[in-house]
Each structure stands twice: as C-alpha cells, then as structure tokens.
Design a binder for this molecule. Structure first.
Ligand SMILES: [Zn+2]
Length: 262
C-alpha cells in the first residue's frame, strides 16, 4: 500500500473521504470541553480515514522539478530579523529525519504565540528534517502575527519511512488543516464555507511558500479556486511557469505541502 500511482482502494480508508458534519461537530465539542482528543482511538481512526488519506495517480509528482532561479527568500528585512531572533537561521536542507516539531498545547494561549498546534500525536508522525521543522516554526511565528494558527498533522515518522502514506517518507511533507474564519485551523472540508476560510488558508500557504520559496515542491488541495490563487502567487514570486498544485483524492479536508529533498 501507499506507492505513488497505485490505484485507490476506498476499503482501506473507510467509506468516505469527507468527514461527516456530525463527526466534525463532535470533535469540536470535545475540543472545547476538555483537552484535545489527539490520542484517543476515535481520533486516530478518523485521522487515518479522513486526514491521512491515500494519494492517487491524480496527484502529480513534481518532485525535484527545478526551474526557478535564485529566489532565496521573499521575506522583508524586518521579517528576517524577527525570525533570526525567534527561530534562528534556516538549517541546511536534507539530512536525517530526527527533528521533532515541538508540541504546543492547542488549548493554551501558546498557539497564538507559536502559530501552530499538532493534532495527530498518537502515532508520532511528528518528525522532519531540521530544515522542515524550521520552516514550520518560522511560518508559525509569522502567521501568529496575523492571528492565524496552523493545525499540523502528519509529517514523518522518526527516521523518515512512514506507514499509511505514499508521501511523508523523508521528512519533507506536512499535512495541514484548513483555516477557519477566526484564524484557527480546524477539522473541516473545502465544501463547508462556515468553517473553511479560503483567504486565511491561502495566507497560511503563502507564508509557507515565503519562508523557503526555492524549495517548494508541490501542494495538494481540492479547491480549484485556491489552487489557481496559489499557482499565480508562486509564479509571480519566483518567475517560474510551473504549476505547483494538484487535485488529489482525500484532500478535501487538508492541505498537503511538500518541499524538495535538496
Ligand atoms: Zn500528506
């Protein structure tokens, strides 16, 4: 299971690729009431069924495509200085998949300082290369200033190889929840306009592009309007003509963001 281009077998992932509104409502209620149910069996199953869904042949593989010039950063000097103080300089690309994204309690005010929380800790797919973890922390810090909080799901298992995913094998891929109108990422699908805010989700993606534009590989999300916005933004920023987005089964409720290996 789980190689790029393999045919999609729904029986492996549950009947539906879209979470029912009841289920989403239940998760939101549970989260409001108590500590976030990130390790419960129901949550793990839901994540397996809905969030960490399969990739298919429709998910273009643009990895290693390299047609842009030297666009080392799109950040302002002020932003660069801010990040240098907050998260340090970007580490070298590549290397081992042994750096863990620090856990931020989603029920605490810290999420508004760090700009992210993890939502799928049960199986510990929370490791990336040093560079990838820096990317997420850097984007989180910038997004926090705009009142946006990323919901970070699977990255990779420690070491790299990650069960249940075609991608996520080298610490260079991350799954992210959609951002809601209040700036908080939450379980949601692109068809639910009451909890999916396209512009805020776009802001999250723009920031992830900005912190490391030459290394962006591809972005999977099943909202064609958002895909057009992302492609235009990326092309204007980098001078590339490459389309970096694609439709992919199972990506109605999260963004899959990949960086190149080198
Ligand atoms: Zn993914």
């Amino acid at each position: 299971m789980g190689t790029t281009g393999s045919s999609f077998d729904p029986s492996l992932y549950g009947e539906s690729q879209i979470a029912s509104q009841d289920y989403i409502e239940g998760l939101n209620n549970a989260r409001r009431q108590t500590s976030f149910p990130r390790t419960g069996e129901g949550m793990s199953r839901w994540v397996d069924d809905q969030v960490s869904g399969p990739t298919t042949g429709m998910c273009v593989d643009t990895r290693e495509a390299n047609d842009i010039g030297d666009v080392s950063t799109q950040l302002t000097n002020e932003q660069k200085e801010f990040l240098e103080n907050e998260v340090g300089d970007p580490p070298a690309v590549g290397g081992s998949v042994t750096t863990e994204l620090p856990d931020i309690d989603p029920a605490s005010q810290d999420v508004y300082k760090y700009g992210y929380y993890r939502y799928n800790d049960g199986d510990r797919k929370v490791f990336g290369t040093e560079r990838t973890i820096w990317r997420l922390k850097a984007a989180g810090k910038l997004l926090a200033q705009k009142g946006i909080v990323m919901g970070v799901g699977d990255i990779s298992s420690r070491g790299g190889p990650t069960r249940g995913h075609a991608e996520h094998q080298q610490g260079q891929d991350v799954d992210l929840r959609l951002v809601g109108p209040d700036g908080m990422s939450k379980p949601c699908t692109v068809s639910n306009s009451s909890c999916y805010d396209r512009e805020k989700t776009f802001e999250m993606i723009k920031t992830l592009i900005d912190v490391d534009p030459t290394k962006v590989d591809k972005i999977l999300i099943n909202d064609p309007t958002l895909r057009r916005q992302i492609n235009t933004y990326y092309q204007q920023k980098t001078g590339s003509s490459r389309s970096i987005t694609a439709y992919c089964a199972g990506h109605d409720n999260h963004v899959h963001f990949s960086w190149k290996r080198r």
